[in-house]
Design a protein around this ligand. Sequence first.
Ligand code: S3P
Length: 431
Amino acid sequence: MNSNYVSFQPLERLEGIIIVPGDKSISHRALFISSLASGISRINNILIAEDVLSTIVCLRMLGVDIELTGNSVVVKSGGIDSFKEPVGVLNAGNSGTTTRIILGILSTRNFFSVITGDDSLSSRPMRRITAPLMIMGASIDGRDNGNYLPVSVRGGGLKGINYNMPVASAQVKTGLILASTGAKGVMSIKEPISTRDHTERMLKASGVNLKTEDNTIELSCSQKPLPLNTVIPGDFSSAAFFIGAALIAKESDVLIKGVGINHGRTGLLDIVKSMGAKIELLNERYETGESVADIHIKTAKLKGIVIDDKSLIVRSIDEIPVLAVIAACADGETVIRHAEELRVKESDRIKAVVEGLTALGIKAKELDDGMVIQGGAIKGGTVDSHNDHRIAMAFAISSVASTKEVFINDFNAVGISFPEFMDIFNTLRHL
Ligand code: S3P
């Protein structure tokens, strides 16, 4: 076996109190919005992981001064009008969020830029963001008429538009909202289903006037955010792996402190509650515009369900891999529908999940837009992460309910969103 395999032993008990790192979605937004503000912004508890570092490197290439000390950041910017034409090609690595948001910002600038990414990112669709930016007036090109990276942009002269988004995507929504800050007129964006609203919350906190009604966000263009002073809450999507682990372990009692519980992110909680989980949200509070709580989870006897509500899928889209592992440990069948977006994530997550479950002895099959999972016994085996951080972590936690070792191939993909995953998992595991 090569050094890229990591093995996870079955265990007796999962117990402890943990804190997960800062939220990835909110970390990206804090960096972008601070860079658009003229002045000095301070961001605490930012996520230090590969995706967020991709955003930092790209913004520095555009002339923004970003100083990192531990997980605190100071951003010094002259605002969007001070951005410089980058000398080299911007590289977003594996990060879809970096790409779709920065394309919105680059489209406002009257200079030439090119953005590229790794093999996974280069196979993910970009038309969903490049098409509306072209309607706003940006000149964009790329493979398949601007659908795949590398993409080049020559922006400037943008006008606000009325846009009906064909795909529910918070990344695209954010790219368009931020593009409006460098455009003229009025911008109106209608989402087919409402998605995480971190951007709207953060912009309001930085003085931007924006209103949301009937899934439509409306704002006057050319508004400039004020510098931020913010603390990033713990990442619900990272906490989700330990929520899953605590639900399926034989004996568990886990408290995860300081987790962001934005409504657009917590579909997993609603789903597992309807499967029979009893999860407590303690000490609910409001911190710099976002709801935060401590999450208390214990072992639960779960039953399979049919998830046929598209909005629940949108609210749990990054948690479907761990949900699939939870469903594998429930009694009966779980059906997941309307999740076709999983096919264009960091890997084809429908395929990767079904393949992983099958490798562990669970009966599962692919649907075009989801999967069917028969609850059963996890027997151990080797799972390929497909170099996808969330696949690696979802299957790592399957070991807590397994009779034999679980091996994960290319486990180091976790560095994309959660480099400390292993250390935190180890503090909970009692063999
Ligand atoms: C994200 C939005 C979602 C999510 C991704 C992060 C964001 O993607 O899957 O991990 O930070 O806005 P889509 O916008 O493609 O739905």
